[in-house]
Write a protein that binds this ligand. Structure first.
Ligand SMILES: [Zn+2]
Length: 345
């Protein structure tokens, strides 16, 4: 089977790039969080947070510019530095801005009685469930997208939704060309929309694009977004309630400490280990469902092209917390599935 594989030199370059981007992202996260935490620890008066946040944004913008240079050199992104710096800075600055606000709300929250705390937090969860089940994420993405208008892909997509029994799905092309991001995703927990970036669409063959669409339709068919979101929501609700459960410290000193600690630990483990491992399982499942309705080798070639377009190494060492299995692993599974089912390549 002809497998499109990156040369060892390219793989080496991709690993180097990946390592560099990871370090830059880690530094950015630290800049976004640590100063606020220090300021709280030092008891800095609240109005000083405006200065802290402004300084954080400036530093984040400088780091973003450095990241832009790295990305331009390695994978020739064509976006203007201004737009890149703005978007990348905002990704992190959102945390710098919301952290002091959250802290303020947190202080208010703990001035409530324990019963009021339980009620408040569960009302917030009801609200978050409504947002989750609404069409909000899709409508946000639609603003930078247009409906897919390629007649061949549209007719193939109709065939796929027929075969998979998904019903009619919205198919949109995201205008991210100058960022050179090759990606596709299924959005929406109740109403399903599939988004494909123009960079992916332009660089894959028609058959490979069909394979990617089949993979996304498989996610919709299996309700993966709804399942992941519900599991994450339920775990968060349980853990948060454990953390605010009113225990009288005087009567049950151990319980008063153990319940919030257990809630916190379970929540952290879920976010870092359990949810990503469920997501990886769903990815593998979507790959095999796709390979059952299209030629598996088209999907293999698509995955390998995508990882090269995005400059992602095919093997990633730290993979327990990632939401996608490494490309090499996915490719192996699809090939053995395709062989077992006697498809030609
Ligand atoms: Zn997927």
């Amino acid at each position: 089977m002809a497998v499109l594989r990156a040369t060892p030199e390219t793989e080496q370059k991709m690993r180097e790039f990946y390592r560099q981007i990871n370090s830059i992202n880690s530094v950015s996260s630290m800049v976004a969080f640590l100063p606020t935490i220090f300021a709280i620890y030092l008891g800095v008066p609240f109005h000083y947070f405006f200065i802290v946040v402004a300084a954080q944004i400036l530093v984040l913008a400088a780091i973003s510019y450095y990241k832009y240079r790295v990305e331009r050199k390695a994978r020739k992104i064509e976006v203007t530095p201004g737009r890149y710096v703005l978007e990348n800075t905002m990704t992190y600055a959102v945390f710098s801005i919301t952290l002091p606000i959250l802290l303020f709300l947190f202080i208010l929250f703990y001035s409530l009685s324990s019963l009021q705390r339980v009620i408040t937090i569960n009302l917030l969860f009801v609200l978050s469930l409504l947002i989750l089940l609404s069409n909000l994420p899709a409508s946000r993405l639609k603003r930078i997208s247009k409906p897919l208008d390629d007649p061949y892909l549209i007719s193939k997509a109709d065939e796929l939704s027929e075969k998979l029994g998904t019903g009619k799905l919205g198919l949109f092309v995201m205008n991210l060309g100058r960022f050179r991001i090759a990606n596709a995703g299924q959005v929406g927990a109740r109403k399903y929309s599939v988004f494909i970036t123009d960079y992916l669409l332009d660089n894959l063959s028609p058959e490979e694009n069909v394979a990617v669409i089949a993979h996304e339709f498989a996610h919709a068919k299996q309700k993966h977004v709804l399942k992941t979101a519900s599991i994450a929501w339920a775990i968060t609700v349980i853990c948060a309630n454990l953390m605010v459960y009113p225990v009288d410290v005087g009567t049950y000193p151990v319980m008063a400490l153990a319940l919030p600690a257990a809630g916190f630990i379970i929540l952290m483990l879920s976010l870092v280990l359990i949810i990503p491992s469920i997501q990886r399982k769903f990815e593998a499942q979507a790959d095999l469902i796709a390979a059952s309705v299209v030629n598996g080798m088209d999907l293999v070639n698509a995955l390998q092209k995508i990882s090269r377009l995005n400059f992602t190494p095919s093997e990633i060492s730290r993979h327990w917390s990632l939401d996608h299995p490494p490309t090499r692993e996915r490719v192996k599974k699809i090939i053995s599935y395709t062989k077992a089912n006697g498809q030609k390549n």
